[in-house]
Write a protein that binds this ligand. Structure first.
Ligand code: 5GP
Length: 193
């Protein structure tokens, strides 16, 4: 029984065969009850991994990431899509990420100050599609010499190649909801995580 799944069924809008809109409980308006369930699922799955930091990318990853970080009592860090003038080249890690929904590639950055080789990092994101956002975040973690504990995803579109791309890099992926297809204007789920 999953509240996230119920909300996807009741409130999700299939835009086309590749894009699901869930603006009224996750991507724009955020439902704290759904967030609470997401937090519990990620914490239960990743609790024994020795996580020292939760990493996501702005903006939609921030809500599930901060909830999860609060439970682990560790900081949450988000990769920024614009570079503040205060953060000079040598003080930041950067990588290029292609956005699935916007179809543009942008440079994202984190300050070197907030990731070290001693960190064990849980990466969280709202959606997994082709895997570019997660792979970019993994790249940032590796630039810092830190370890990736795994990737926690709220909604995985399993008909796209993101999970496979992550698993090929031996990354442990846990998705709360997995979608087999968006065909016929309907959401078809896969059991399991
Ligand atoms: P990926 O990098 O795995 O190709 O795509 C993941 C990113 O694209 C997520 O951070 C998410 O913001 C966005 N995204 C991918 N697919 C969808 C979708 O079907 N709906 C929405 N709202 N965002 C998506």
């Amino acid at each position: 029984m999953s509240l996230l799944r119920d909300r996807i069924i009741n409130d999700g809008k299939v835009i086309d065969e590749k894009i699901l809109k869930i603006d009224n409980f996750l991507n724009h308006q955020i439902d704290p009850e759904v967030m609470h369930e997401i937090q519990q699922e990620f914490v239960q799955y990743f609790q024994d991994k020795g996580i020292t930091k939760v990493l996501t990318i702005e903006a939609s990853g921030i809500a599930p990431a901060i909830m999860t970080a609060a439970s682990f009592n560790v900081p949450m860090l988000f990769a920024k899509k614009t570079t503040p003038s205060t953060l000079k080249n040598e003080t930041r890690y950067s990588t290029d990420i292609h956005s699935f929904t916007k179809d543009i590639t942008s440079r994202v950055i984190i300050s070197k100050e907030y990731l070290s080789k001693d960190d064990c990092v849980l990466i969280i994101d709202d959606f997994l599609a082709n895997g570019n956002a997660s792979l970019g975040l993994i790249d940032l973690v590796r630039q810092a010499g830190a370890r990736v504990a795994g990737v926690g995803i709220c909604v995985e579109k399993s008909f796209q190649p993101g999970r496979q791309a992550l698993e090929e890099q031996d990354i442990d992926v846990y998705s709360i909801c997995r979608i087999a297809s968006l065909e016929g204007n309907q959401v078809h789920f896969i059991e399991g995580h």
